[in-house]
Design a protein around this ligand. Structure first.
Ligand SMILES: *Cc1c(COP(=O)(O)O)cnc(C)c1O
Length: 375
């Protein structure tokens, strides 16, 4: 079989019978919206993550938007976000007429640091959106301390790291998405916990925020046809919830499969001079949503082409940092320089990693990388 970035078919084939049974139940129930499976999934995810409240919604971008809407911010309020991330993390800030303030990330972990966040804080800063990029948690303890000191909300963008665990300095462990005031995640098919369409969820331990989030996601109503605030329509449909109920049981297996595949890559690529393998931070487990190399000496695009010629896919997450995106040029306040984000955008290359990848495939991929740097 051809090597693919993410093998959704192989994963589906292993759980096909259970999935189809559950989808068929939804089809014959005709409760396509707000069926019992949605509540069941919210409860299962609550149990899995340890969050006090889980509110399912239509996708991860909506989750971030609803999270910001729940904080009652005013136009022009500043929200700190990493410059090196998927557009959704910052897009929702602009959409709500808030001001994205981009900060640089750490070269080693790809994640924002408390130091860079602190430099960007002003009296107008109202929220921080740390993004747990590629499957590893930001160093949240100092970020939470800083946020508390300045009375700023923290919204975790956990779209890529569901199932990862953060360890505090006192040894306490928490799942990503349950550390900040609100955690947001996505069930896009290729995410670590993916459904077969769009899906997302918010989590919080704050009762008041939970109530507000549920209301906003449901047209701003608590009682049907009585609208308290301007909200939106953002629902996880019942079929997707039924699929997620099956797949959540396998999330730990999926995380382990990705982690083990990463260790295989580490061993195969550690001695290749032209690339730097991903670093694992002591305070977080890594669920390897992506396995992302840094390619030295400006050779990234040439390496990508070399792999392509041998039928090996690879992806650039992300080729442009946010400050270079046309959409953000007019609305962004840029504090410090964003050199690391620019450097990463020019040097990162993500290799195929998924729950079904085999050692044989990883050897083929690694050999091709080795060969490129020998010539
Ligand atoms: C996928 C993703 C999102 C958005 O999720 P959708 O479900 O596609 O809307 C947000 N942030 C990050 C970091 C993501 O990777």
């Amino acid at each position: 079989m051809a090597i693919v970035m993410c093998d959704l078919k192989g994963q589906y084939d292993k759980i096909k019978d259970q999935i189809e049974t559950e989808i068929n139940k939804v089809l014959s129930s005709t409760s396509y919206i707000n069926g019992a499976q949605v509540k069941n999934f919210e409860n299962s995810l609550k149990e899995y993550t340890g969050a006090k409240h889980v509110i399912a919604c239509a996708n991860g971008t909506d989750a971030l938007q609803i999270a910001l809407m729940a904080l009652d911010l005013q136009p022009g309020d500043e929200v700190i976000v990493p410059a090196f991330t998927y557009v959704a993390s910052a897009e929702v800030i602009g959409l709500l007429k808030l001001t994205p303030v981009m900060v640089d990330v750490d070269y080693s972990s790809f994640n924002v640091t408390v130091k860079n966040i602190e430099k960007a804080i002003t009296p107008r800063t109202k929220a921080i959106i740390p993004v747990h990029l590629f499957g590893q948690c930001c160093d949240m303890e100092p970020i939470m301390e800083l946020a508390k000191k300045h009375n700023i909300y923290v919204i975790e963008d956990n779209a890529q790291a569901i199932g990862a665990t953060y360890t505090f300095s006192n040894g306490e462990k928490k799942q990503t998405g349950t550390i900040g005031d609100i955690g947001c995640t996505s069930f896009f098919p290729s995410k670590n916990l993916g459904c077969y369409g769009d899906g997302g969820a918010l989590m919080t331990n704050n009762d008041e925020l939970a109530q507000k989030i549920r209301m906003i996601a449901n047209h701003g109503q608590k009682v049907k046809y009585h609208h308290e605030v301007i909200g939106c329509n953002s629902r996880l449909d019942t079929i997707q919830a039924a699929i997620l109920n099956v797949k959540l049981k396998y999330l730990n297996d999926y995380s382990n499969a990705r982690y083990n595949a990463a260790q295989v890559y580490h061993a195969l690529l550690n001695d290749v001079d032209g690339v730097t393998i991903p670093d694992e931070m002591p305070f977080s487990t890594h669920v390897y949503h992506q396995y992302t190399l840094k390619v030295k000496d400006g050779k990234r695009d040439m390496l990508k082409k070399h792999l392509e010629e041998q039928g090996i896919p690879s992806m650039i997450y992300y080729p442009l940092p946010l400050q270079k995106q046309n959409a953000f040029k007019s609305i962004t306040i840029q504090g410090e320089d964003l050199d690391v984000s620019e450097l990463l955008a020019d040097s990162v290359l993500s290799l195929p990693i998924h729950t079904e990848i085999t050692k044989e495939e990883q050897v083929i991929i690694s050999n091709a990388i080795n060969e490129f740097f020998k010539n």
